[in-house]
Design a protein around this ligand. Structure first.
Ligand code: GLN
Length: 249
């Protein structure tokens, strides 16, 4: 069910996440190792977002990553020190459209969700009702992930720190929709916040950089598994893992 990755550190090529490593995101789109909860491959679209100076750029498509013949050369020539990318395996019944693919964004945030909201959509009608109507009318897509982004963004706009916003959304949604899988990934280009809640997650801090990924991209002894039901907050110089509040979903 979806794989995602985020990187902060010295500039690298987008292809250093998407294509170059032995277990790149491209490989994870057709040969993931740690899928839980149903999916087998991640063929329902992909997206990559990156910071370039003051600009936040995003490229997403509804086709499998491995079918985009033009992207490898573009990705090799495009460098950034802050990148978030994802490949999607649509949850049964959810729209397969470009706008349903992560990363979701506004002008300084990139967000991805790996998992599913149990009992969608009835379980979260009440939670969605706390959002401004405008946010609901402008959801990227009628999917659980797009709603989770809207709930997260509302907390960020209210001034919550990235980690607090993610753990707040997980607590709220896990209570309303027990059995949900809620691996959330968020960056503003300076900090990465990520939850492990139902799916695999790893981090690797080295050489003034940090990588956070559903599955390790390459062999390295310092990949650290993030325990289930926890929150990771990381910058290139420090990473902390804490237990998520509330009951496990
Ligand atoms: N439920 C989300 C979607 O359909 C995420 C799917 C996933 O993690 N595979 O887009």
């Amino acid at each position: 069910m979806c794989r995602h990755v985020a990187y902060l550190g010295p500039p690298i090529a987008l292809s250093d996440l998407l294509y170059a490593p032995p277990h790149s995101l491209n490989r994870q789109s057709w040969a993931p190792r740690e899928m839980r909860g149903g999916g087998t491959i991640n063929a329902d679209g992909f997206g990559v977002g990156w910071f370039s100076g003051d600009a936040l750029l995003r490229y997403r498509r509804s086709c499998p990553l491995w079918t985009d013949a033009g992207l490898p050369a573009l990705a090799a020539a495009t460098r950034s020190g802050a990148i978030l990318a994802a490949v999607r395996s649509a949850t049964e019944g959810m729209a397969v459209t470009e706008t349903a693919v992560a990363p979701f964004t506004d002008d300084r945030w990139l967000f991805s969700h790996n998992g599913r909201v149990a009992g969608w959509p009835d379980s979260v009608v009440e939670a969605a009702g706390t959002l401004p109507v405008r946010d609901l009318l402008t959801l990227d897509a009628p999917t659980d992930s797009a709603l989770l982004w809207a709930l997260t963004r509302a907390r960020l706009r209210a001034g919550e720190e990235p980690g607090a916003a993610l753990s707040g959304v997980v607590a709220e949604v896990a209570k309303a929709a027990p059995g949900s899988r809620l691996n959330l990934l968020l960056t503003d280009g300076e900090t990465i916040a990520a939850t492990a809640s139902g799916h695999s997650l790893y981090s690797l801090s080295r050489d003034a950089s940090v990588l956070v990924a559903s599955e390790p991209l390459f062999d390295h002894p310092d990949w650290t598994p993030v325990p289930d039901h926890s929150l990771l907050v990381a910058t290139p110089s420090a990473a902390t893992i804490t237990a998520l509040e509330g009951a496990a979903p």
